[in-house]
Design a protein. Structure first.
Length: 265
């Protein structure tokens, strides 16, 4: 499946609206299991971010796309915005630009906003020999989208503790979209825009992080707290980067998630 414009998949017919933002960038479809798990109690909107093409992909473009989708799908509501990995970063960027459009934020396995956190992530992956395996893929796989897809599967396994096989499927990877978007996020951070802009966010923010996630949750939290002083941080033992696929930790994750979803302003 190849797409250009952003779109949503809808799950459930009643309850509060929850908008789900996938990671990557360029890894659409990864939140389908989570959206399905929510559909009995919530109206879940799985947002597929724009594919690369004629429009250069930037953080601002993704933020504007999400705003357009919400104006169309939920014009009179303030949904809960839930993001995973890069999607958690996008959730923060969106809420900083449109603080009145969100009821609350849930950040799962949030990505990095400073060099110290990224350095720790690289060290963790180096210990698992992942960096050399990535170099091997770069030499072995010519097609960039297939290379990104294979890297995604490799990281999914390595960043987990005890994942259920085949529990997380991703649509067509978008290598160019990944590169353009991440480069712009790095530019925004280097310019001092993020995380400083998050001081405009005035809704409840819950950060859920696996204790075994190589993305260093406590370091990332510590970098966000000066800008989000009311940030609530919950760490789940024996859990990696994608909590809902973990055999042992998924039950606890869903308990924590439902507590975060029930937060009332």
């Amino acid at each position: 499946m190849t797409w250009t414009e952003p779109f949503v998949r809808r799950y459930g017919n009643s309850g509060r609206a929850v908008v789900l933002l996938h990671g990557g960038p360029g890894a659409p479809g990864s939140l389908e299991p989570l959206a399905t798990a929510l559909e009995d109690e919530y109206r879940a909107y799985e947002f597929w971010q724009r594919h690369s093409g004629e429009v250069p992909l930037t953080v601002a473009r993704h933020v504007q796309d999400l705003s357009t989708i919400l104006d169309r799908e939920l014009p009179f509501e303030r949904p809960i915005v839930l993001g995973h990995s890069w999607g958690a970063m996008l959730a923060l960027a969106f809420a900083a630009s449109h603080p009145s459009r969100c009821h609350s934020l849930i950040l799962i396995g949030c990505g990095t906003f400073d060099e110290a956190s990224r350095a720790e992530l690289r060290r963790c992956r180096a210990r698992k020999n992942l960096l050399s395996r990535v170099e091997g893929l770069m030499a072995e796989v010519e097609d960039p989208d297939e290379r990104l897809a294979r890297m995604g599967r490799m990281f999914l396994q390595a960043d987990s503790v005890d994942p259920v096989p085949g529990a997380c499927q991703v649509g067509q990877a978008d290598a160019l979209g990944h590169e353009e978007t991440w480069a712009d996020m790095m530019r925004c951070q280097e310019a001092g825009m993020y995380p400083a802009a998050f001081e405009r966010i005035d809704v409840p923010v819950t950060m859920i992080h696996g204790a075994e996630d190589p993305h260093p949750g406590r370091l990332i939290r510590d970098g966000l707290v000066p800008h989000l002083p009311e940030l609530r941080y919950v760490e789940i033992p024996r859990c990696g980067h994608t909590p809902w696929i973990e055999r042992e930790a998924s039950e606890r994750f869903h308990e924590v998630l439902r507590e975060a979803l029930s937060v009332v302003e």
